[in-house]
Design a protein. Sequence first.
Length: 297
Amino acid sequence: MLNSINLLLGKRNYLLGLLLLFFIAIICVAFNIEDSDSYNNSRREVLLRRIGHEILLQSGDSTSRVLPVKKIAENEYQIRFENEFTFLPDSLMSTTQRFLDNSPLSSNYIVNVLNCDNSSVIYGYAISKNEKDDIVTCKGRRQPKSCYIINIKFKPTGIVTAKNGYLLGSLTFLAFVGFIFLRNVKPQKSLPDGQNANMFVLGSLLFDAKNKKLVADEKTIDLTGTETRVLLIFASSPNETIERSRLQKEIWEDEGVIVGRSLDMFISKLRKKLEFDPNINIVVIRGKGYKLEVSTT
């Protein structure tokens, strides 16, 4: 009985430890993904500043500044300039492709050139990994000198999807571990009314496991330590067959010695001490073990 309880507690502690380690692993991976996200965003901003620099050079401006790149939404950025400039759509598209197409994080994107005054779209195009999906219009027409903002929106790279997939996979794994654990652990049976872990009502007898005694009509019958342990196993599962091997293991294994005839001797002694109530008896189940029969009539 005690070994079974210790085994159950050990399994619970093992499961809690496993869950704790797994949640720590999830947190560590989440932080690593966040760090990767930050690095990728910084790399994109550097590429976008290079694009802005090239556009100014193509316009004949080598002195004015490219203003700090502004992130206006997830995967969407704006390149702003200090002075007005002019651009050729062909050159703009060639420049963005040169810097972005070879980047694994930026192979699908939409470029819109906005007017600074009213944010209207002056020119735009879409580039995709699959060239058949490219959308390009009005090439070859130089745009007049003005104040422009270049807005670039990237297609999500799958980082968010990877996060969600990882968390979903983690929850699935935890559910699987919990299922295996619960399937292999038998639920503890609730004790009848009036009983606790140390007190058992067996017919007209009261079994006090803590104090190692039986009480019958105000008469006390003392039990030895081994008799108490044997009866405790029976009292925890009345009217159920208890295998002989289980009794021997739980009673004597910790002492390092198992003597087959010892069990029969203690069973015989317990039968005599239970004779005060004829409705209680320990019977032999041939080929299996013993059963504590408690009749309610």
